[in-house]
Design a protein around this ligand. Structure first.
Ligand SMILES: [Zn+2]
Length: 322
């Protein structure tokens, strides 16, 4: 009897390990969008000529491609912890806050398995980089969160008083007490500015919020990764357009293939895998229809490096790779 039970246990464990390994195997998502993709916009973007878009690289995490998407390899993959800055005549916004000075204290708020799977390095906290670029931290009009996970809010710690732009679903997620938003709560009560998706459907997404009223920065609800995960479409005056997709995909292959994260990682980080799959397919189709749009996963340093550095000198950086 005992022998039979032992064998059943061995077989069960074997099946479990086999299923876990299989969940890392390459598998692309079927391309069946749930709604037709409409590319014409009611109001074409009219970014003012003085608007600037830049990037600040605050830190990185050394991980593996296989953790980022199904079919990724076992080689080292750098996950950037980057902040995008938009300087618009109506206001200066950061998109996510990257790493802050007290990163190592912040790391204690994340689950041990996440800590085990990643090696984090602080490059330069966002506040110090703003000062270096001659941008007064107090002059920032808001930090727009793609979502409220720890690695996107750590830098808020050094930006006291700077408003945090968020939608109601993500604020509810913070206030729900969910462990994934522990750092956002521990940073204390913030000046949250709640925006509503009060505009029309936008490139396959149900609704939108036009931040400056000129179509240069448009937020759309994505959900999936977290309840209020947001995509920011940014149209620069030089004709370049970016889609900041937060952590819907960690690396660009998530959209290019498209491919979701392996099961283990989905269970660790995603709230609604089916919605993540739907958004990845939608972004994949959008990229096919608009090859010039740069889709920017929050942690793909290769893509983030295609954005100009913050407050760059146009003359010095002419010829920067597009
Ligand atoms: Zn992240």
């Amino acid at each position: 009897m005992m022998r039979a039970v032992s064998w059943i246990l061995v077989v069960a464990v074997g099946i479990g390990i086999g299923a876990l390994v299989w969940s890392f195997a390459p598998r692309t998502l079927p391309l069946s969008p749930s709604a037709p993709l409409t590319l014409s916009l009611m109001i074409p973007p009219q970014p003012p000529p003085t608007m600037r878009v830049g990037v600040l690289h605050t830190g990185l995490m050394r991980s593996r491609g296989l953790f980022a998407y199904r079919g990724g390899d076992a080689g080292e993959r750098v996950f950037g912890m980057d902040v995008v800055i938009v300087e618009h005549p109506q206001g200066t916004l950061l998109f996510d806050a990257g790493f802050g000075r007290r990163l190592h204290e912040h790391l204690r708020t994340i689950p041990w398995l996440m800590r085990l799977l990643s090696a984090v390095e602080l490059q330069a906290p966002v506040v110090d980089q703003l000062v270096d670029a001659s941008i007064a931290p107090a002059s920032i009009d808001g930090v727009v969160l793609t979502h409220a996970h720890w690695d996107h809010v750590s830098g808020l710690d050094d930006l006291p008083g700077v408003p945090v732009w968020i939608n109601q679903a993500e604020l509810d997620f913070i206030r729900s007490g969910h462990p994934a938003t522990r750092l956002a709560r521990e940073l204390g009560e913030r000046d949250y500015r709640i925006y509503a998706f009060d505009g029309p459907p936008y490139w396959g997404f149900d609704a939108s919020h036009d931040v400056f009223g000129d179509g240069s920065v448009v937020l759309v609800p994505a959900g999936g990764h977290t309840p209020g995960s947001t995509i920011a479409f940014i149209h620069a005056p030089d004709g370049r357009s970016y889609a900041l997709i937060g952590d819907l995909a960690w690396q660009r292959e998530g959209v290019d293939l498209p491919a979701e994260r392996p099961w283990l990682l989905r269970k660790l980080v995603d709230g609604d895998d089916a919605r993540v799959r739907e958004v990845l397919v939608r972004l994949h189709l959008l990229q096919r229809a608009m090859p010039q749009l740069v889709i920017v996963p929050a942690h793909d340093r290769r893509v983030m490096q295609r954005l100009p550095p913050a407050r760059h000198d146009e003359a010095l950086h002419r010829g920067h790779p597009a």
